[in-house]
Design a protein around this ligand. Sequence first.
Ligand code: NAD
Length: 270
Amino acid sequence: MLKGKFSIEVRDDETSCKIGLKLRDFLLANEMVEDKETPDYVFAIGGDGTVLRTFSKYIDIIDSVKFLSIHTGHLGFYTDYSAKDFEKIFFDMLALEPKVEQYPLLRLKAYCKDGKLIADSYSLNEITVNSHSGSTYAAKVFINGEHFENFRGDGLCISTPTGSTAYNKSLGGAVIHPQMDLYQITEIAALNNLVYRTLGNSIILSKEDELIIKPLKLDNHRISVDFRTFNYDTVSKLYITLAKDKKISFIRYNDVSFWKRVKRSFIENE
Ligand code: NAD
C-alpha cells in the first residue's frame, strides 16, 4: 500500500466526484494523509483534460509527485482505470507494488522585442504557435542555431511523446512511445511556395536539440500550452527544448502497454 500524502483532483461531474469521495475514504482508512499543497501522490479523476490541468497545478513540485488517473469519460490516454472498473484500484493498491513510469516534458521560453522573457512554461502535451489576427503565421525555424526552414501557414505544433496522440496525431504527426526522450514538430497547414519552403513531414528532435522559432511578423501572437492559450502583442523569439530539469511520473499497477492503449483508443476497443 502507498504511504504518505495524497491529493485528489476531480472533474466537476457527478461520476468523478463520487469516485473521488470513495477513493478519499479508502486512502484515509489506509493511513494516508490528505495534503493538497505538497502531496506525494496525486489522483486525477476525469479525462485527459483533468490530467493536463492537474499537471499544471503541481508543476512547481512535479519532481516529488507521482500521478495516477481514473478516467470517467470516453478517452483516457493517461489512465489505466475507468469509471466502470475503478474499484479494482483498491485491490491493486493493497496487493501490488506499482511501477513508476516517467515521461518527458517540453520547456518553452518566449521573448519579446526588447529581449524580455514573457513566457516560461512546461508542457505535458504540446505547445502550438499561431497568429490570433486570422492572418498566416510566418517564422524562421532554427535547429541548434542553424537556420532550417521558413514556415508560413496556420502554425506549428511542438509535442511531447505523450502529446503525440493528441493534437499532433490529428495533424498527421507520428505516434511516439511515451518514454522516449524526444519531441516532435508538426506543421499546421503549411503554405509552400518559392519563398516559404518547409520539409512538410513531421520532424523528430532529440533531447539535445534546441528549437528556435523567430516570427517574421512580431505582432498578434497566440501561444497554446496544453489547454491554456495566451495572446501576446509582440513575440520575437521562442525557444523550445525537452525539459532538462523536470519529468512527470505516473504510477501503474497493471501492464496495459502503450500500444494496447493506442489500439484501444483509436482502432478498436476489444
Ligand atoms: P478538449 O476538451 O477539447 O479535449 C481534447 C481531446 O483531446 C479529448 O478528447 C482528450 O481526451 C484528448 N486528449 C488530450 N490529451 C491527449 C493525449 N495525450 N492523447 C490522446 N488524446 C488526448 O480540450 P482539453 O481537455 O482542454 O485538452 C487540451 C488538449 O486538446 C490539447 O493539449 C490538445 O492536444 C488537444 N487539442 C486537440 C485538437 C485536435 O485534435 N484538432 C485541437 C486543439 C486541442
